[in-house]
Design a protein around this ligand. Structure first.
Ligand SMILES: Cc1ncc(COP(=O)(O)O)c(C=O)c1O
Length: 398
């Protein structure tokens, strides 16, 4: 297949080609130089985020520490607002952290395991989620994993088999990072709640690319970050804590940003803030905040619904092309459960990634699988380019 055949798979009417989304390519300089298909690892850098970081430096240079109060704390407040509206949360239900692992630590130390010492996860979850509770084994906390039957998906019913009245928490991802499978979060939440357990969702691979409604999905805790689909780079994680849980959440980690009267500097006493930000610890990375606000603005401007429609279109096209080449596709059967992560079962994927880099194409791999992850700013033509290049690399092996 050549690039010129690129439209034959999904001869899309104009509406599906989303010209208004393709126009955003101009905001991502990397797309002019590379075929960039690795957004599930790191979203592309936009000129908006670049300008944001430049503004941060200007403020630092012009105002020094005086930039903290209104300007930088104001910028953090904007991040909170944008995130809250993106996931359907209220402002006092959101918090920030330097990364997901730190956010998980705060939540994990705040739970009461005295009567319920079990935490249930899926063996498809990103490891940092599991590590949080595995290291607490010596505190008597038992981690149990639901096993995926095919390393692609985990039927919600499997949680039913292990969640019981000793379960404190079900912690799992909305989107599995190695298959792109979108779990039925509401079904898993219902199972957890039926047994009096909480549900925590690691939404790092979902936020930005798939609509989120924390209330509709009945989520207790959600953690996510700006690195991937929010296009905000490293250094910032975002957290949701359901309103009713906040007053009871007393982590054994803390810092002055979580104090009710942060600027009273009361060394001898600690009182938690009333809102979800009680889990916050120390000084946040302000360049990350500026970068994140650039990405969040773009997402909100386009809408997650439109992003999702476009990425489905690109993902389905990519899968069709891979299948046409006879390559094993490690993706959910049901199109509605697919997200924008396409795993191809090709041998020595690390070598393929290198071969693609030499052709200016950025992808990634996980053990035994080549990972291609398009986003709204990618095109059908780029799908054709990567598929052609992979064919060429595979042909050169023969
Ligand atoms: C699903 C998921 N959770 C968490 C992380 C990373 O978490 P942290 O911010 O602690 O590095 C990743 C990163 O790849 C991920 O894919």
């Amino acid at each position: 297949m050549t690039t010129s055949d690129s439209r034959k798979h999904f001869p899309a009417p104009n509406a599906l080609e989303h010209p208004e989304l393709v126009a955003y390519r101009a905001e991502f300089p990397i797309l002019q130089r590379k075929t960039y298909l690795n957004s599930c690892s790191l979203g592309a850098l936009s000129t908006r985020s670049m300008q944001g970081i430049a503004t941060f430096m200007e403020m630092w240079n012009d105002w020094g520490a005086h930039a903290w109060y209104e300007i930088w704390l104001g910028e953090i407040a904007k991040t909170r607002e944008k995130f809250a509206s993106l996931i359907g949360a209220q402002l006092h239900e959101v918090a920030i952290a330097p990364n997901v692992s730190t956010a998980l630590t705060s939540i994990a130390t705040a739970l009461d395991y005295s009567k319920r010492n079990k935490v249930i996860m899926a063996d498809m979850d990103f490891p940092t989620l599991a590590y949080q509770w595995l290291v607490k084994e010596r505190l008597g906390i038992e981690s149990q994993f639901v096993s995926s039957p095919d390393r692609i998906h985990t039927p919600p019913e499997l949680f039913e088999d292990v969640v019981d009245d000793r379960t404190a928490l079900v912690a799992t991802s909305r989107v599995f990072y190695t298959s792109g499978y979108i779990q039925d979060v509401r079904a898993v939440a219902d199972i957890a709640h039926k047994h009096g357990a909480y549900i925590l969702i690691d939404d790092y691979q979902g936020t930005g690319q798939i609509p989120m409604d924390v209330v509709g999905m009945d989520i207790d805790f959600l953690v996510t970050g700006t690195l991937k689909w929010l296009m905000g780079g490293p250094g910032l994680a975002l957290v949701y804590i359901r309103e009713g849980l906040i007053p009871h959440l007393l982590p054994t980690t803390s810092g002055w940003f979580g104090h009710r009267e942060q600027f009273q500097f009361k060394t001898r006493e600690f009182e938690f803030r009333d809102d979800a930000a009680r889990i916050e610890m120390g000084t946040p990375s302000i360049p990350s905040i500026y970068a994140a606000n650039g990405g969040l603005d773009i997402i909100k401007e386009i809408s997650v619904e439109s992003i999702c429609e476009r990425t489905r279109y690109l993902t389905n096209d990519l899968i069709a092309r891979a299948r046409e080449n006879g390559w094993p596709v490690h993706a959910p059967q049901e199109p509605e459960r697919r997200s924008s992560i396409v795993m191809l079962g090709l041998e020595r994927p690390d070598e393929i990634v290198k071969g693609l880099v030499a052709r200016n194409i950025i992808t990634d791999y996980r053990p035994g699988l080549l990972r291609v992850s398009p986003y709204f700013y990618n095109t059908i033509e780029e799908n054709a380019i990567v598929i052609d290049a992979i064919s060429e690399i595979l042909a050169s092996r023969k």
